[in-house]
Design a protein around this ligand. Structure first.
Ligand SMILES: Cc1cc2nc3c(=O)[nH]c(=O)nc-3n(C[C@H](O)[C@H](O)[C@H](O)COP(=O)(O)O)c2cc1C
Length: 290
């Protein structure tokens, strides 16, 4: 009887020990969100994407952080460029080799990804990875930075990214949710492996129809959208529109004129300006493509 009681006791102890031992860790997410951010806009987008995909996330940190004062950062970037150097980044904690999908986030600086991303690309091997750029900007730069990434990483599979103006961060969560729908399918649907991955066009909204000269009403929408943005001095020429999630999206072709009579002002150039008019809201431009 005593032996039975001891055995029963031991069995109970064993059951408690087994139930309290942590289970073997769930397999690591194969998605990593890596980002650099100086004033937190990109960080907010990175967190939204990582939450949406249940992904691991890491911020790229500099050994010598940039000054948050705009002009000081510009001056340091110019000086670094003249010296041909990039800012030194701290070693990553994540092992990039463990992941298949890398979402890379950055602010647009001088028309492309900020220099800490250039430093990152010198250090990590992204060959054969699915790379999805995302960025925040004053007026635009997703397309130019995506192209620069593709040029720099010929062996990576660069996918269509997401970009948002700093002034439109309020719209970001809804836009990211929409943006991630495609990637949730691509990443987590196990039937989409290797060559079975559907073509990108399956997710791209219908194209804009042909451009036509702007009417007075369309011009008023353009002016309202760019009004107050100091970096543009643009006149709309032609436009096309299509139905968007909560309203109408316009694609304007415009001429951007020099803002001041100064020698270092960029010359007049043709630009594309995307404008969204959501129901009950004032027109906003979502990006400028130069
Ligand atoms: C040095 C510097 C250069 C910038 N250059 C551009 C630019 O070329 N085009 C643009 O649209 N925005 C530009 N911006 C604006 C930033 O891209 C924008 O504020 C971004 O949201 C900042 O992201 P963060 O808060 O994650 O640092 C620049 C900002 C800084 C500090």
């Amino acid at each position: 009887m005593k032996v039975m009681r001891i055995l029963l006791g031991l069995t109970l102890v064993l059951m408690v020990v087994v139930s309290c031992t942590p289970r073997k860790e769930a397999p690591k997410s194969k998605v990593l969100v890596l980002y650099y951010s100086l004033t937190s806009n990109t960080k907010t987008v990175a967190q939204e994407i990582a939450t949406g995909l249940n992904a691991d996330i890491e911020e790229i940190a500099l050994v010598e952080p940039y000054d948050t004062a705009f002009q000081a950062t510009i001056d340091r970037c110019k000086a670094d460029r003249e010296k041909g150097i990039l800012p030194e980044i701290k070693p990553l904690k994540s092992n990039v080799a463990d992941y298949d999908w890398i979402f890379i986030g950055y602010p647009i600086w001088f028309g492309t990804y900020a220099p800490p991303i250039a430093s990152l690309l010198e250090k990590v091997d992204l060959s054969d990875k699915w790379v999805v750029p995302f960025c925040t900007f004053g007026s635009g730069g997703l397309e130019s930075s995506t192209k620069d990434l593709a040029d720099k990483l010929p062996k990576a599979k660069i996918m269509t990214g997401y970009g948002v103006r700093a002034a439109r961060m309020a719209a970001m969560p809804k836009e990211v949710e929409q943006f991630l729908k495609k990637y949730t399918t691509l990443i987590f649907d196990t039937t989409n492996i290797g060559p079975n991955i559907p073509s990108e066009s399956a997710f791209v909204p219908a194209d804009f129809p042909e451009q036509h000269p702007v009417s007075a009403e369309e011009n008023a929408i353009f002016e309202a959208a760019v009004n107050g943005y100091p970096m543009l001095n643009a006149k709309a020429k032609t436009v096309a529109s299509r139905t968007a999630l909560d309203g109408i999206e316009y694609l304007f072709t415009a001429m951007d004129m020099p803002r001041e009579k100064k020698a270092d002002m960029p010359p007049a150039s043709e630009i594309k300006v995307y404008v969204i008019v959501e129901k009950g809201k004032a027109p906003e431009f979502t990006k400028v493509v130069r």
